[in-house]
Design a protein around this ligand. Sequence first.
Ligand SMILES: Cc1cc2nc3c(=O)[nH]c(=O)nc-3n(C[C@H](O)[C@H](O)[C@H](O)COP(=O)(O)OP(=O)(O)OC[C@H]3O[C@@H](n4cnc5c(N)ncnc54)[C@H](O)[C@@H]3O)c2cc1C
Length: 471
Amino acid sequence: MFFVKINYISMLPNHSPWIKELKRTRPVVPLDKDLQTDVAIVGGGIAGVTTAFFTLRDTNKKVVLLEADKIAHGATGHNAGQITSYFERGFVNMAEEFGLEMAASGQRAVESAWILIDEIMIQAQLQTPLYRFTGYAGLSSINQILNHLKNNYYRVKGGLPAETIVIAKEWDDIKKIPKEYDNLYSLVSHKDLLDLLETNNQDYIAALSYEKGCTNSALFSEELLGYLIANYKDRFSFHEGSPVSTVMLNDKNGILSVLNYTVTAEKIILCTNGFESFTIINNAGPEIDTKFHASVAGRIGYMSGYVEPLSNPPTAISYFPKRKDGLNDPTGESYFYLTRRPHEHEGKKSYNLVCTGGPEKVLPNGAQYNRADSCPEDVKILIDDFLYSNHNKFREESDFSFCWHGLMGYTPNGIRRIGPEPINPVLLYNLGCNGVGILPSIYGGKKISGFINKEKMLKSIFDPTDQRWED
Ligand SMILES: Cc1cc2nc3c(=O)[nH]c(=O)nc-3n(C[C@H](O)[C@H](O)[C@H](O)COP(=O)(O)OP(=O)(O)OC[C@H]3O[C@@H](n4cnc5c(N)ncnc54)[C@H](O)[C@@H]3O)c2cc1C
């Protein structure tokens, strides 16, 4: 991601291809009476819908899902739709915080969501297209390469499979790679490497490859919701246009205020990404509200998409470019990402949609994000620059069919928060988008059903901590 200053000088509306593909006709039916349930889920993005799926499938509990706006219209309807299992922080960094074993099992946990996706697709017979392939990340500096090799070294030490890393054999600095990393990469010709990354930009000198995929997570969530409505008539209900304004926690239950009504539940699961305009009142212990609201930071992610003929297979590639000032990026964190998948355009299926993102803006604490804001011209220019300088193979025209933005919630440690609130376990979380949230949300949904079933859970990197002691 790149942090940018945003000028709203253009009037391009926030127009996401995922929302367009929903072709939604279902009316919004807000809550119109008081309800009593076992589990109330707040937030109807992919986290809320998959949490409902696993809770209904794996427990006998009654579930009510409450969405302030419309199902899957938050980050789930405004993302890149890339299915990937990396964290937005390095493996070494996670191992330093949690220990090698716990970091490795956290990584395995997120990867386990690939199988959960298969389970969902098969059980609910979803038709939403989901493409799987090997995806790549291109690296352009020695620091980036050494960082990724170090992460790979510790992955293997932690019992995880090594990631495939290839380096251009023509690169001058190969001799600077420490001997201990020798068996963690292989050499290929620079030309082959650029072909893998589908770029002509000679700056790229190494590439990582991973299992990746892409889907429309909004369509996936909407279709899954349809399955829940049809199959759990006696135990499931949902209401859109139903913002929760207060979460009141007692010893044995919680009460949600929604419009003029209340929903009383034994367990309340927040699947709100991290942002919500409600107050938490804890009648059974210390205060939670202030810390909760201050501890999730907001970032707006911006994307553009264009349509091209269907001449290439689906892909997902990230690019870690050289800094413009010629210096190496010490963190290796700033990157652009690109996905390509088949797309119906003007009634014909013979097109691809190529989506590119990377630019982000920090939302100051307390500031309101407005989904209706236009897409800023600066972002379009930044993305266009990236595409032209890195991707003249991809892009020959300059008009985007889509540009969109969405809000992401970042927890202080950059890791999704999944599980009961330590101060009052009536409240549980499956939230914190942290940049890459599709697989973690689904894993979180499954894990929440385990908590509700009172299964024994091992300590994990996702456990909510007592926020009173967080920085
Ligand atoms: C630009 C961008 C690109 C991204 N790219 C990727 C990617 O390529 N791969 C990836 O894995 N992840 C990506 N993500 C992140 C991913 O989209 C999210 O992590 C994922 O969709 C999380 O979904 P969620 O259900 O947690 O949150 P959301 O989809 O935001 O859902 C939260 C819901 O809670 C509702 N809500 C909030 N407050 C209340 C309330 N008081 N009462 C009732 N309802 C409420 C909201 O209306 C919203 O619908 C990206 C995100 C953005 C913004």
